[in-house]
Design a protein. Structure first.
Ligand code: IPD
Ligand code: CA
Ligand code: CA
Ligand code: CA
Length: 261
């Protein structure tokens, strides 16, 4: 059973209320000492706030939508095998290193898909108190303000955002892409990078990401007419890691061509 536009609007409003609580809890926790742990290595961090936020959000989802599956980063989700029915994606703090060291340029991200189709996405910029949210049925908003599609600049006319580690080691042709762009930046977090592309501040962004890193951004970007695919131009696999490319249509073509050359 596919969701009606009315139901989608209700879900959007409900999640905005959760995110308001999450924002207050996250800001309060930032006044206290953070409990920081290493996962795989010293660049892969998790804090008490990542874990508390994920528990809070997943608990809300389970009460609100008991049949749905949850795909989330810190281990409180389900072991989901397919994209049938409703699937929620949760990244409780995206950009944990920025959160710990910069106290800015991090986000909380939630997305809802139904039968593998994007329905709604939310990217909360905690520090600036802006939620980027919406989907194909309702459009995209920054808080209450409806967003227009960004200008379709090509690669040489704009700033491209890239994953620093892959750029440093010349992976995925990122060195060629950075050279061909007007400028390049490394933001260090997926959500804040997607926000810049959605707002027209960057013409594109590419990084290797897990589904919770790109699920919300993909909904918002596609709704605004931007191109989202993997670096070979194929549709993203929502159940594994992908080398994601989001860009204006013209920059997307430029980057795919460069990548193949
Ligand atoms: C990470 C950030 C980073 C990206 C990594 C992600 P996390 O998210 O978005 O920019 O390069 O692939 O895992 O772990 O801080 O939520
Ligand atoms: Ca992480
Ligand atoms: Ca993330
Ligand atoms: Ca995270």
């Amino acid at each position: 059973t596919l969701l009606s536009q009315f139901e989608i609007q209700e879900i959007d409003q409900t999640v905005l209320l959760w995110l308001n609580d999450i924002r207050q809890k996250t800001i309060a926790a930032m006044q206290q000492r953070l409990d920081v742990h290493e996962k795989r290595d010293n660049r892969d961090l998790v804090t008490n706030v990542d874990q508390d936020n994920e528990k809070f959000i997943n608990d809300k989802i389970r009460h609100f939508d008991a049949e749905a599956h949850i795909v989330s980063e810190e281990g409180f989700g389900d072991h989901n095998q397919d994209m049938n029915g409703r699937v929620w994606f949760v990244d409780p703090i995206d950009g944990t290193m920025n959160f710990v060291k910069q106290k800015t340029d991090f986000a909380v991200m939630i997305a809802l898909y139904e039968d593998n189709q994007p329905v709604l996405g939310w990217i909360l910029d905690v520090v600036n108190n802006v939620v980027y949210h919406g989907g194909p049925q309702i459009g995209v908003f920054a808080n209450q303000l409806r967003l227009k599609p960004p200008i379709d600049d090509n690669l040489s006319e704009g700033i491209v955002l890239l994953s620093g580690a892959r750029l440093l080691y010349g992976m995925f042709g990122y060195d060629k892409i950075a050279k061909a762009a007007l400028g390049y930046r490394v933001i260090g977090a997926a959500g804040p990078s997607f926000i810049r592309v959605i707002m027209g501040q960057a013409i594109g962004y590419s990084s290797k990401m897990m589904p919770w890193d790109f699920a919300a951004g993909q909904v918002l970007a596609k709704t605004l007419g931007l191109s989202v695919s993997d670096i070979d131009g194929k549709a993203l696999d929502m159940l594994s890691s992908n080398i994601v490319l989001v860009a204006t249509n013209r920059a997307h073509r430029d980057i795919l061509t460069l990548h193949q050359s």
